[in-house]
Design a protein around this ligand. Structure first.
Ligand code: FES
Length: 321
C-alpha cells in the first residue's frame, strides 16, 4: 500500500481494489459488443452520433464538460436542503432544490451517454474502473430521479434521504473519474508534445517514400509518419492523441489518416481530428524537398491551421508550401 496520509492510502486502496476486479472483463466485453451492435443499427448515422458524444466538434472530450452539470447542481441541492432543514425557509428554497435535482438528472443522462461512448475504447484497469464509475453514477442518477419525483409529490423527508445517498455515490464515482483521467490518462492528449525540430532536418530520401504508404521516421527521438498522397508529402505525429497508437500502422481513407486502434481519422493536411474517439489533433510538421531528401520541421502551434505539406511537381523537387 502507498505511504502517505490516511485519506490518500484509503483512496488508493479503493481504486486498486476496483481496478483488480478481473471478473469484470467478461461483462465489460459483452457491454462493449452490445454498444457496437446498437451503433451498428444506426448505420451511417452512427459515426456522427459518436463524434458528437466524444466531443470531436468541440476539440475536447465532451464527457468532463457535461459531468460538471450534475455535480454542481446536486451540490447546490444539498446546500439548499441543508439550509432549509436547519432553519426552514420560504418554499422558494425547496423549489430551488427541486430544480437543481432535476437539472442534475438531465445533466446526468448526458454524462452517462458521453461516458459510455468514451468508455467503450478503454482497456484493462481503466476499463474496469470505468465500469464501476458508470455503475455508481447510474445508481446515483436513479436515486436522484426518485428524489425529484418525491419532491414533486411533497415527500420531502424521503427525497432528501435518496438525494443524500446519491450524492455520496456521486463523490465516490467522481474520485474514480478523476483517476481515469489523471492516472489512467483516459481523455488526455497522448501526442508527443515536443516542439522539435525547430529547423528543417532531413529524415528520408524522397525515393524511399511510396505513394499512400505511411512510413515511420525518427526525428531526433520524435516519432513521425511521412505520407505521400496525390502528389503531396505530409508529415504527422507518430502517436495517436487518443491512446497513443503507433500511427505508422494506420492507413489512408480518402484525404484522411486513420488510427489503427480505434479508427480515429485525421486531416492529412493539418492533423486535425475529423472523427473520434480522438478529439485532439495529431502533431503536424512542415515538409520540404532538398537534394532528394525529405526535410521536416515542427509547425509552431500558432500556425497549425496552415498546411504542412510539400507539393511534388514533375521536375520541380524544391517546392516548399
Ligand atoms: S488510439 Fe484510439 S483512436 Fe487512436
Amino acid at each position: 500500500m502507498t505511504d502517505g496520509p490516511a485519506v490518500r492510502r484509503v483512496a488508493e486502496r479503493y481504486a486498486q481494489v476496483v481496478e483488480r476486479q478481473e471478473w469484470l472483463n467478461k461483462p465489460g466485453y459483452k457491454l462493449e459488443h452490445g454498444m457496437a451492435f446498437v451503433f451498428g443499427l444506426a448505420g451511417a448515422r452512427a459515426r456522427p452520433l459518436q463524434d458528437l458524444l466524444h466531443g470531436v466538434w468541440l476539440g475536447h472530450p465532451l464527457h468532463p464538460v457535461i459531468t460538471d452539470i450534475p455535480v454542481g447542481a446536486w451540490t447546490a441541492a444539498l446546500v439548499l436542503d441543508t439550509v432549509d432543514m436547519i432553519a426552514p425557509r420560504p418554499a422558494g428554497f425547496r423549489q430551488a432544490a427541486q430544480m437543481s435535482v432535476g437539472l442534475g438528472v438531465v445533466g446526468g443522462i448526458g454524462g452517462a451517454l458521453t461516458g459510455l461512448t468514451d468508455w467503450q475504447h478503454t482497456h484493462d484497469d481503466a476499463r474496469r474502473a470505468g465500469m464501476l464509475h458508470g455503475a455508481l453514477n447510474t445508481v446515483a442518477l436513479s436515486l436522484y430521479g426518485l428524489s425529484w419525483r418525491d419532491r414533486r409529490r411533497g415527500r420531502h423527508g424521503r427525497s432528501r434521504i435518496t438525494s443524500t445517498l446519491g450524492y455520496g455515490l456521486t463523490i465516490a464515482s467522481s474520485y474514480l473519474g478523476g483517476r481515469l483521467v489523471f492516472r489512467q490518462r483516459v481523455g488526455v492528449d497522448h501526442v508527443d508534445g515536443r516542439l522539435t525540430p525547430r529547423e528543417f532536418v532531413p529524415v528520408l530520401t524522397e525515393t524511399e517514400l511510396a505513394e499512400d504508404s505511411p512510413t515511420a521516421v525518427d526525428c531526433s527521438g520524435v516519432p513521425v509518419v511521412l505520407i505521400r498522397h496525390e502528389g503531396r508529402i505530409s508529415a504527422l505525429g507518430g502517436q495517436c492523441p487518443h491512446l497513443g497508437a503507433p500511427m505508422a500502422e494506420g492507413w489512408l481513407y480518402r484525404d484522411q489518416f486513420v488510427c489503427p486502434w480505434h479508427g480515429s481519422r485525421f486531416d492529412l493536411q493539418t492533423g486535425a481530428a475529423t472523427s473520434g474517439p480522438a478529439t485532439s489533433p495529431l502533431s503536424s510538421f512542415q515538409t520540404r524537398l532538398r537534394d532528394g531528401q525529405i526535410e521536416i520541421r515542427r509547425i509552431p502551434p500558432a500556425q497549425l491551421a496552415t498546411t504542412g505539406q510539400t507539393a511534388i511537381t514533375e521536375g520541380a523537387q524544391r517546392h516548399e508550401s
